[in-house]
Write a protein that binds this ligand. Sequence first.
Ligand code: NAP
Length: 289
Amino acid sequence: MSEETTAILLDGTATSKAIRLETAAGVKRLQTEKGVTPHLAAVLIGNSPASETYVAMKTRMCERTGILSSVHRLGGNCSQAEAEDLVRGLNANPEVSGILVQHPLPKHLHEPTILDCVSVEKDVDGISTGSLGTLINGEPGFPSCTPAGIIELMDRYGIAIEGKRAVVVGRSIILGKPVAMMLLNRNATVTICHSRTLNLAEYTREADILVAAVGRAELITGDMIKPGAAVLDAGYNRVEGRQGDVGDVEFESAQRVAGYITPVPGGVGPMTIAILLRNTLRAAGGKIG
Ligand code: NAP
C-alpha cells in the first residue's frame, strides 16, 4: 500500500442509525405480534453531569426507537443496600425488560456488587459478572455494548475476523477484555496489550485488526500500524487547545496506512447506544431482521 493510500472510513453514525431503524421495526413487530413494548429502566445515582447527559441521550434514543424508558434516581449519599434494593426491585418488575445502571457510581458504593444485582436476563448493558461469564462460556447473554458495537461495525463492512491476528490495546472490564473475548470467540488470534506492555509497537504492527481502547490521545501513530489493517478507535479524549474529542489513534498518519479506520467522533462512539437499544428489544423477546 502506498503512502498516499487513504483508508476506508468505518461510519459508525450511519451504521448505528441503520441498527436503530432495524430495532424500531423490531419493536413495532413485537407490539403487533405479542402486544409487548420493550422498556429500559435506567438507574441514576448521584448528580454527575456526565451521567445525567448519558442517561438523557439513552432515554431520548429509546423514545425515537419506540422503546419505553424510565429513570430511577437515588441521591449521591444513598446506601449500598438502597442501591441494591432498587436494582432488585427492577429485576422483579415484569414491566421492565432491561436495566442500565449508569456508571461510574459514587465512590462509597461497591460498584461491581450493584452491577451484579442486575439479572443476566435484564442486563442489557452486558457488564455484570454473569453477562461476562456468558461471553466466556459461549452461552446466550447480552454482549456489552461498546465491544459489541466494534464487532458489528467490522461485520457490516465485511471485515473478516476468523484467522486474523487481532491486537487490543487496553484491558478494562467494559472494553478491552470483552472485545478481546469477542474476537477470540470469532476465531481471531488475540493479543491484549496494556500499560505494562514493553515495545507496544512490536505488537500493533503485527495486527490485522487493531482495537485501541486506551484513553490516551493519539497514542497509536501510523508507523505502529500494519498496512491494510482494520483500525477501530474506541478512545475519546479531551485535549487542551483542541476542539472536540481526540481518539487514541493519530488519525492523519493512521489513515494513510490502514485499510479501514473509524473516525473520532462518528466511529465506535455512536455504536454503543444502538447496541443497547437492540439488546433491550431482545430482552423483551423481540428480534431484528
Ligand atoms: P480504562 O479503564 O482507563 O482502561 C485503559 C486501558 O488502557 C488500561 O487497561 C490501561 O492499562 C491501558 N493503557 C493505559 N495507558 C497505556 C499505554 N500507554 N499503553 C498501553 N496501554 C495503556 O479506560 P476504558 O474505560 O477502557 O476506556 C478507554 C477509552 O475508550 C477511553 O478513551 C474512553 O473514553 C473510551 N470509551 C469509549 C466508549 C464509547 O465509545 N462508547 C465507551 C467506553 C469507553 P492498565 O490496565 O495496565 O492500567
